[in-house]
Write a protein that binds this ligand. Structure first.
Ligand code: ADP
Ligand code: ADP
Length: 261
């Protein structure tokens, strides 16, 4: 399977708004971008803010965001074998078979930028994927075994159903740099154009009401048990994802940094 490294996020980027220096001036909690962070799993229904928060984590800790949705969309766009298998399923709001997704994730995690840690956004989404990830983390999979053998920090973003609908229907993104906007909650400075590079923003094909419903149902049926699994094993931390983005980010940083202390 052919996966370009940049897709699904890259660890590159300077110290920005959520970078380490900002934090040092703030609450006094310090955590260098160079320290191993280990795996972070972001769970939550479609529209909960996983992608938005992943990008902030990526910038602060210098670790890549691995969004299975982004990786799959890239495969669909490039017409790969995986993309052809996934296209119709994604268009209908179903879940792509575990084997295909796990193979894709394995290949992505094997890239060197994942050695210090990574953010899994939208994975695992089924009990089978969660079991597969646990098994993978027990393997000596990388040259540097530390971050991978560490158990992931698992965080779930909880958001009210009606709020989710607004977030999903209002979501727009930049096809060029991947920045996420929202016509209701986070509009661009110029209507319809990316603040960073001026590219025309797009809505995702599956962010239509008729596809949103099956996606939310798939979450309830297949992904909620994943959170239950992590909860049973005392690895789940839940965040009130209905709060403003910056509040959610602050809470996430403190969970991760408390975990490293
Ligand atoms: P959202 O951001 O709304 O949570 P994603 O971008 O993560 O959605 O996923 C879009 C679609 O890609 C899903 O509806 C599903 O079809 C497919 N997909 C993404 N991640 C997975 C996964 N881990 N397992 C199976 N299918 C997935
Ligand atoms: P997910 O990856 O979980 O599907 P996204 O990060 O793409 O979710 O967010 C979905 C939409 O909701 C985006 O348009 C984003 O701008 C918006 N959004 C994200 N977090 C918040 C928040 N805390 N408050 C209001 N809108 C938000």
């Amino acid at each position: 399977m052919d996966l370009p490294r940049a897709v699904g996020g890259s660890a590159a980027g300077g110290r920005g708004r959520y970078g380490w220096e900002t934090r040092r001036l703030g609450a006094g909690v310090t955590m260098p971008r160079t320290r191993d962070v280990g795996p972070i799993v972001l769970l939550g229904p479609p529209g909960a803010g996983k992608g938005t928060q992943s990008k902030r984590l990526m910038e602060r800790y210098g670790i890549p965001q691995i969004s299975t949705g982004d990786l799959l969309r890239d495969n669909v766009q490039r017409g790969t074998e995986l993309g052809q298998a996934a296209k119709a399923i994604m268009a209908q709001g179903g879940l792509v078979p575990d084997k295909l997704v796990c193979d894709m994730v394995r290949e992505r995690l094997n890239q060197p930028d994942c050695r210090r840690g990574y953010i899994l956004d939208g994975f695992p989404r089924t009990a089978a994927q969660a079991g597969w990830l646990d098994a993978l983390l027990e393997e000596k999979f990388f040259d540097n075994p530390r971050p991978t053998q560490a158990m992931p920090i698992v965080v779930r973003l909880d958001v009210d159903y009606n709020q989710l609908l607004l977030r999903i229907t209002g979501r727009r993104s930049c096809p060029s740099c991947g920045r996420i906007y929202n016509v209701h909650f986070q509009p661009p400075k110029v209507d319809g154009l990316c603040d960073v590079d001026g590219t025309a923003l797009v809505a995702r094909d599956d962010d239509r009401l008729e596809v949103i419903k099956p996606r939310l149902e798939a979450y309830e049926r297949q992904t909620r048990p994943v959170a239950d699994y992590y909860e049973r094993t005392r690895r789940l931390v839940s965040i009130d994802g209905d709060q403003p983005m910056d509040k959610v980010t602050e809470r996430l940083f403190s969970i991760i940094e408390d975990n490293q202390a």
